[in-house]
Write a protein of this length. Structure first.
Ligand SMILES: Cc1cc2nc3c(=O)[nH]c(=O)nc-3n(C[C@H](O)[C@H](O)[C@H](O)COP(=O)(O)OP(=O)(O)OC[C@H]3O[C@@H](n4cnc5c(N)ncnc54)[C@H](O)[C@@H]3O)c2cc1C
Length: 385
């Protein structure tokens, strides 16, 4: 079967690999040369965790993703997944600790619950309040994201995929469901039996005719040189972490030191109200960005807020319920869509690639993807083709 993939970022690179390895004749297109810094997949690292507070229905997908990341490492001989653990911090009955514990218990994921005094003893970098609890998950940590995209693309090419970079797809035709799909570039057209659209933050534009509810927002990542000793931030002492938001605050998350000391320690806020597109995003770092991260660090990791070494912007593509959009195009069974990863999709990339290959080749998947249905926001009145 001939398949065209539009977008070779996190999801498209994985889809290209799985489709090519399962015997499809794959042509992948990207407007840039991935990994690149214009979309949602840059900034060195992404958190990987399985005890999912967001919804326990994600856990089977994460367990499969964990296997597939490890397989990718074995097949390519490179280290992509680091497992210093993941620590969620918050009130014992708060969303992060309670719901992570529920997911971990339900699926038998190795974890520990830590009280305030133990947290203070093990992790002196945090400002721990007496009512703070922590859940430390063992098989969790971070992925080296640019390496992950590179390796997925390399494996795809090895399995025969033809990858076209710096070649934007200008439009695609789906006017005759059941016939072949044609995509147009500045230099010519290409046809295939099936089209996969993994356009990341460009998805609202590429899929404009479907008017799927997706909002792209501006996010900022920061790398600080800590005020005190950097030793506390080394990977053997500090896991990745997420700290529950209170009131109007945003969830804070961060990483241990993942590179040379001179790179600094990465930290960020999850979510933002600043809507933009990949074309309109303000990529400059404003004084107000730095002020907001420093304000949040002041009562969570005060010693981390030393000199700001570097900061960069990135884009989330968020759905109203923050669950993904994954499935077959509502009006054309020859088009598969994966979008709206809502700021937490990277860790799923290989399992999303596998599911896309199922949908393309079998028309269905054994994985439970009901909550990602493209129709869930329009149950009242389906939009006619
Ligand atoms: C700051 C930040 C922190 C995050 N942290 C985490 C985390 O810790 N853990 C986690 O699991 N997830 C995290 N995420 C989310 C995760 O990174 C994203 O969900 C994921 O990278 C999205 O992948 P994608 O393939 O949808 O988009 P992308 O990787 O951006 O890929 C889309 C690709 O499509 C191409 N494209 C678009 N339109 C066209 C066209 N017309 N023609 C050709 N090519 C086209 C683009 O050039 C791009 O390469 C974070 C995201 C951000 C921004």
């Amino acid at each position: 079967m001939k398949v065209i993939v539009i977008g070779l970022g996190a999801m498209g690179s994985a889809a290209a690999q799985h489709l090519a390895e399962r015997g499809c004749s794959v042509r992948g297109f990207d407007q840039f040369t991935p990994p690149h810094s214009q979309g949602s997949s840059h900034g060195l690292t992404r958190i990987f965790r399985q005890a999912y507070f967001e919804d326990h229905r994600y856990v089977p997908l994460l367990i499969r993703s964990f296997e597939l990341w490890q397989k990718l490492e074995r097949d390519t001989g490179g280290r992509l997944l680091h497992l210093p653990g993941a620590l969620v911090l918050g009130p014992v009955n708060g969303r992060l600790v309670k719901r992570s514990a529920e997911s971990a218990t339900k699926f038998g994921l190795p974890h520990e619950i830590l009280g305030a005094s133990e947290l203070k003893r093990r992790y002196p970098v945090f400002d721990i309040r007496p009512d703070t609890h922590g859940l430390l998950e063992k098989n969790a940590g971070y992925l080296r994201l640019e390496g992950c995209v590179e390796q997925h693309l390399r494996q795809a090419a090895k399995a025969g995929a033809k990858l076209h970079t710096n070649k934007p797809i200008l439009d695609w035709q789906d006017e005759q469901p059941g016939s072949s799909i044609t995509v147009r570039t500045a230099k010519g057209t290409y046809s295939a039996d099936h089209l996969v659209i993994t356009a990341g933050p460009w998805a609202p534009q590429v899929l404009a005719s479907l008017a799927l509810p997706m909002r792209t927002t501006r996010q900022v990542l920061y790398w600080f040189s800590p005020k005190g000793s950097i030793e506390h931030y080394r990977e053997d002492r500090l896991p990745v972490y997420l700290i529950e938001a209170e009131g109007n605050e945003l969830l804070l998350y961060g990483f241990p030191l993942t590179g040379p000391d001179s790179e600094g320690v990465k930290v960020a806020l999850h979510g933002s109200e600043e809507a933009c597109t990949p074309q309109t995003i303000c990529r400059d770092i404003r004084l107000s960005d730095e002020q907001s991260i420093r304000a949040r660090l002041a009562n969570t990791l005060p010693e981390l807020a030393g000199r700001l070494l570097r900061a960069e912007t990135c884009l989330y593509t968020v759905t109203p319920d923050e669950n993904f959009l994954l499935g077959t195009h509502p009006h054309n069974p020859a088009v598969t869509i994966a979008a709206g990863f809502s700021g937490h999709g990277f860790k799923f990339a290989p399992v999303i690639g596998e599911i896309i290959a199922d949908l393309v080749l079998l028309g269905s998947t054994a994985a439970n993807i009901d909550m990602f249905s493209l129709n869930r926001f329009r149950s009242a009145q389906p939009v006619p083709p």
